[in-house]
Design a protein around this ligand. Structure first.
Ligand code: KG4
Ligand code: ZN
Length: 335
C-alpha cells in the first residue's frame, strides 16, 4: 500500500503553522511561526495584527514545510485546514490558502475542527484506543470529551465562563507577567506553596462542567486586599495556590469521567496540557490504574501547531469528509 501524505494548515489564533504527516501518524515536517512577540505589548492577541502576520507568513511557512519533508505539492494526498473555531480574520487566511492550493493542484480539501486537532495530537504519540476521554484545556476551551470511535466527539463537560488558559493569562496579568501568562505562572508555582485558601468550583453534584472566573476574581481580590492593607503576598505562593485549585478540579473531574465511562485511554490536549503541575498530577492520579492509559503529548504538540490538524485531517480524509471551494471560516464552530 502506498504512503498517505497530508498537509495541515492552522491559522486560528497567533501561530501560522503548516505540517506534513505520513500515514496519519508520522511527522515529516512541522513548522510554526509564532507571533507572540508582536502581541506581548498589548497583553493579548490583537485580531487585526494576527491576520496581517498570517498573510505575511503563510506562503513562507508552506514552502518551508515542503522543503523539510522533501516533497512537492503533487505528491500530497489532501489538504487539511482549521475551519474554526478561532479568530475569523486569522482563520480566513489559512482557509483561503488551503482553497487556493486545493484548486491549483486539484487536491481534496478536508475541513478540521481546531479542538479535534488538539485531541488528535495524541495520535502522533500512540494509537488511540476507544472508548476514550479527552481533557481539552487551552486558551479558548476547557472541555471533557467522550470519544467512542474516530471522528465522534461528545462534549460531556465544558467551561461555563473562562477557559483554563484564559484564567491563567488573566491571573498572570494581575501579577504583572507577560502574555501568555500560563508558562510564567507554572514556573512560579514550582517555587511556591499552595498556602492561600482559594475556591474550587465543583458546581452541581455529578456535573462535568467547569468554572474558572470565580477563582480568577478570588486571586485578583486577594492581591488588591493585601495591597490595601499594605501586606505582601509572595507571588510564588499565590501562583502555587491558583494552580493547585485549577489542577485539583481538572484532575478530579477527569478521574470521575474515566470511571463513569469506563474508558481505555485518557488523552490530554491544548496549551494548558503543557503545564508541569497538571502533567504531574494526572500522572499521579492514573499511576495505579492499569485499566486506563494516560497519554500526554510533548509540549510542542500541546500548544497550537499544524501537525495536529494534519493528524485529525488524515482520519477525516479516510472517513471521506471533504469541503468544496466554498468552504468558509467558522469562528464559532461546535465540535
Ligand atoms: O492551545 P493553545 O496554544 O491555544 C488555544 O487554542 O487557545 O493554548 C494557549 C493557552 C494560553 O492561555 C497559555 O497561557 C496556556 O495555553 N499555556 C499554559 C502553559 N503553556 C501554555 N498554561 C499553563 N501552564 C503552562 N505551562
Ligand atoms: Zn489551540
Amino acid at each position: 500500500k502506498r504512503d498517505q501524505w497530508i498537509v495541515g494548515i492552522e491559522t486560528s489564533c497567533d501561530e501560522t503553522a503548516v505540517a506534513i504527516i505520513k500515514n496519519g501518524r508520522e511527522i515529516a515536517a512541522n513548522v510554526v511561526a509564532s507571533q507572540i512577540e508582536s502581541h506581548k505589548r498589548f497583553g493579548g492577541v490583537v485580531p487585526e495584527i494576527a491576520s496581517r502576520h498570517h498573510v505575511e507568513q503563510i506562503t513562507i511557512v508552506i514552502e518551508e514545510a515542503l522543503t523539510q519533508a522533501k516533497l512537492s505539492f503533487a505528491e500530497l494526498d489532501a489538504i487539511a485546514v482549521t475551519e474554526g473555531p478561532g479568530l475569523v480574520g486569522a482563520l480566513l487566511i489559512g482557509v483561503n490558502a488551503a482553497k487556493a492550493l486545493a484548486f491549483a493542484h486539484n487536491k481534496p480539501l478536508v475541513p478540521v475542527h481546531h479542538i479535534a486537532g488538539h485531541i488528535y495530537a495524541n495520535r502522533l504519540i500512540t494509537e488511540l484506543k476507544f472508548p476514550l476521554i479527552a481533557l481539552v484545556v487551552s486558551g479558548g476551551h476547557t472541555e471533557l470529551i467522550y470519544m467512542k470511535e474516530h471522528g465522534h466527539f461528545e462534549v460531556i463537560g465544558e467551561t461555563r465562563d473562562d477557559a483554563a488558559g484564559e484564567a491563567y493569562d488573566k491571573v498572570a496579568r494581575t501579577l504583572n507577567m507577560p502574555y501568555p501568562g500560563g508558562p510564567h505562572i507554572d514556573r512560579l508555582a514550582q517555587e511556591g506553596s499552595p498556602t492561600i485558601d482559594l475556591p474550587r468550583a465543583w458546581l452541581e453534584e455529578g456535573s462535568y462542567d467547569f468554572s474558572f472566573s470565580g477563582l480568577k476574581s478570588a486571586v485578583i481580590n486577594t492581591v488588591h486586599n493585601a495591597e490595601q492593607r499594605g501586606e505582601l503576598i509572595a507571588p510564588e505562593d499565590l501562583a502555587a495556590s491558583f494552580q493547585a485549585s485549577v489542577i485539583e478540579v481538572l484532575v478530579r473531574k477527569t478521574e470521575r469521567a474515566v470511571a463513569e465511562y469506563g474508558v481505555n485511554q485518557v488523552l490530554v490536549a491544548g496549551g494548558v496540557a503543557a503545564n508541569k503541575g497538571l502533567r504531574a498530577a494526572l500522572k499521579k492520579a492514573f499511576a495505579d490504574n492499569d485499566k486506563v492509559e494516560l497519554v500526554i503529548p510533548p509540549l510542542s504538540l500541546c500548544t497550537d501547531n499544524a501537525a495536529m490538524i494534519a493528524a485529525a485531517g488524515s482520519v477525516m480524509f479516510e472517513k471521506g469528509i471533504r469541503a468544496g471551494l466554498s468552504l468558509n471560516a467558522n469562528p464559532g464552530l461546535d465540535i
